[in-house]
Design a protein around this ligand. Structure first.
Ligand code: IPD
Ligand code: CA
Ligand code: CA
Length: 274
């Protein structure tokens, strides 16, 4: 398949934006008015009517414009032509736990993989009215203004972010040891509860690096292209090319990448949590 033209990428980005803004309006409409919060299976893995309705709104927009594309959406799964070179990865509400507690850090994340590579992303946090957008070769923006990763040169001066997957009680590979280790070595490690906003914050230079395990494609596809287009670096923990389905990601401003990778590969065990 030939590479998409920049005109095509602009169209994909604009439609992703239309869908993200429509979802954002739904998230706002249910804010503080949720009648029920369900658990999806694992303790703490929540879903609400806002997740479901926001996803339906996104699917409606994408299917209208791109009926031949494939879709992977958190609440309704894979649909469309599995052979398509185009796969939309959709998280209608990234930060559901925050949202259910009325902690206003949450976003809609819509990414497009073309031939398996993240090429378009739109992430919208309606509670700060922040819209992050990027497409391959077209740069990254926050509210339509160009953004860049930070210039923090070394790990000891960095502010990082990470998170913990819903299986954290079931596995010793739960990121607790990594979180403590990096807290000792840096100016701090934050935990926002929204992977797409963590990647957005790396892209716009508020944070210097992000790592996490146990993620799904809908958590990260949009954020990956955002960080890359903002001048950052995204890989596996060991610095090798990222495999999105591995669920592990390391995203930084580039300058601290090797140091953070090295530390993630030599984390001392945290026996009291295991
Ligand atoms: C979660 C958030 C969180 C991350 C979890 C994700 P959800 O997504 O991105 O920051 O730590 O691993 O599952 O469930 O709020 O869409
Ligand atoms: Ca998510
Ligand atoms: Ca979600």
């Amino acid at each position: 398949m030939s590479e998409p033209t920049s005109e095509q990428l602009h169209i994909f980005l604009d439609i992703a934006t239309e869908a993200a803004l429509a979802a954002g309006a739904i998230l706002q409409s249910y804010w503080g008015h949720l009648e029920a919060v369900e658990e999806k299976g694992r303790p703490g893995d929540l879903v609400t009517v806002a997740d479901k309705e926001a996803e339906a709104a996104i699917l409606k927009v994408l299917k209208r414009h791109f009926p031949e594309h494939s879709i992977l959406a958190e609440e309704s799964g894979q649909q469309g032509d599995k052979e398509s070179d185009y796969l939309w990865a959709i998280d209608p509400l990234d930060g559901t736990t925050n949202y259910a507690h009325q902690y206003p850090i949450a976003a809609t994340s819509i990414g497009l993989l073309i031939s398996g590579k993240p090429q378009v992303g739109a992430i919208y946090n309606p509670f700060r009215d922040e819209l992050f957008r990027a497409a391959k070769g077209l740069g990254a923006t926050r509210n339509r203004r160009p953004i860049q990763v930070s210039q923090t040169p070394e790990l000891s001066k960095s502010l990082l972010v990470s998170g913990f997957a819903y299986d954290r009680r079931e596995t010793s590979d739960n990121n607790y040891a990594e979180f403590c280790h990096l807290t000792h070595l840096t100016q701090g490690v934050r935990r926002s509860g929204s992977a797409s906003l963590d990647l957005s914050d790396v892209a716009c230079g508020r944070l210097d690096g992000y790592w996490e395990r146990g993620l799904s494609p809908w958590d990260v596809v949009a954020g990956i292209i955002l960080v890359e287009e903002a001048g950052g670096k995204v890989t596996a923990y060991d610095g090798s090319p990222l495999l999105i389905d591995s669920g592990r990601i390391l995203a930084t401003n580039g300058q601290i990448h090797d140091q953070l990778s090295t530390e993630l590969l030599q984390v001392p065990p945290l026996s009291s949590w295991q």
